[in-house]
Design a protein around this ligand. Structure first.
Ligand code: BYC
Length: 317
């Protein structure tokens, strides 16, 4: 046992990957399943806010782009559920936990998409925050998660650019279009900062996850990186970020920003955000509607297995 633990500690210390067959402490396995499952659920629930706009996209080009993006998110969910399965988690059980409200997903997807500019702002800010958070996870210590993250980040980067390009187009349009963009930025800015999680001094998991190199940066470090990255992009777009205290601090070499309303994050995480009930009801209905597909696939797999078991005997006979 001491040998196994020593091997695990040395693998982490050398910055090598922990793989599914390696011994790992129970706490490491539980943390990875928790984070990967929450991440997978976020991708799947995250299809809803933008998905609502597929039928209302203003042109065929915008519809094709949005469809591709939402499909990518389904794919991300599937890679991540597969990564959780390598840890012994059962995907059906994870789905049950999500639809019964026993496992979390990102707070950001509990806000409504009120106009088409929201699609652009989600791409710019939400996918931008996701990239900031996820690029370091490509170096996360658990191999299947880190590898899934490489592909996910490539696609998130395309998502971020499509959002920014959509907003640039709208900002070159009419005064009404510019007002729609500004309104969406005003509504999504603070929730985007909350995506990075509670402040470090109120984050129960960060220290352990940093020691295990699951997380490579703290929540506050990544939030700061996101603010620093986004301020110049807002200037190019010509939008105002809704924070009067936002300014460059030459001493810190970073932007200072105003206080985040952590009670709002707490409320949204605990199920009382503007769209929590709607998001879960929709997910639950989709799961129930899809029951016949799962049953048909399982019946087909049973028949194929029975046929494969019979065939060698038939050949022999
Ligand atoms: N929302 O100790 P902490 C996407 C929870 S999908 C909800 O700091 P940790 C996209 C946290 O889980 C983006 N819950 O935790 C998809 C923990 O819960 P437990 C999703 C949150 O894990 C479609 C508790 O609060 N990205 O990009 O060290 C379209 C205490 O927090 C949130 C990921 O999942 C939140 N915002 O750090 C477009 C990335 N924040 O202990 C885009 C992977 C915290 O009760 N995950 N909580 O279970 C991570 O990097 C980390 O898990 C977090 C939290 C930074 C999120």
């Amino acid at each position: 046992m001491a040998d196994l633990e020593g091997h695990f500690d040395r693998t982490i210390a050398r910055d090598q990957r922990i793989e599914p067959r390696d011994w790992m402490p129970d706490g490491y396995r539980a943390t990875m399943v928790r984070q990967i499952a929450q991440h997978a659920h976020s991708e799947i629930i995250g299809m809803q806010p933008e998905g609502e706009w597929i039928t209302r996209a203003p042109s065929l080009r915008r519809k094709a782009i949005l469809l591709a993006k939402v499909q990518d998110e389904a794919g991300h969910g599937l890679y991540l559920y597969s990564a959780a399965e390598t840890l012994g988690a059962d995907r059906a059980e994870l789905t049950d936990k999500l639809i019964e409200g026993r496992q979390k997903y990102s707070s950001i997807f509990n806000y409504p998409t009120l106009g088409y500019a929201d699609v652009g702002v989600i791409g710019w800010l939400v996918d931008g925050a996701a990239i900031c958070n996820q690029v370091p996870l490509c170096r996360s210590s658990y191999g299947p998660y880190a590898r899934a993250m490489i592909r996910i980040c490539k696609e998130e980067s395309f998502h971020q650019r499509q959002g920014y390009e959509l907003l640039l187009t709208m900002m070159k349009g009419t005064a009404d279009q510019r007002a729609m963009v500004q309104d969406a930025v005003d509504r999504w800015w603070w929730p985007s900062l909350m995506m990075f999680g509670p402040p470090d001094d109120a984050s129960p998991n960060t220290a352990r996850s940093m020691a295990w190199k699951i997380k490579r940066h703290t929540n506050d470090e990544l939030r700061q990186r996101f603010v620093d990255m986004t301020v110049p992009q807002a200037a190019v777009l010509g939008v105002t970020l809704p924070d009067p205290e936002l300014r460059w601090n030459p001493e810190r070499g970073h932007h200072d920003f105003g206080a985040i309303d952590w009670s709002e994050l707490q409320r949204v995480i605990s199920g009382d955000g503007p769209c929590n009930a709607e998001r879960l009801a929709r997910r639950r209905a989709a799961h129930e509607d899809g029951a016949w597909v799962r049953e048909a696939a399982a019946a087909h797999a049973r028949k194929a297995a029975a046929r494969a078991a019979r065939e060698p005997q038939e050949v022999a006979g």
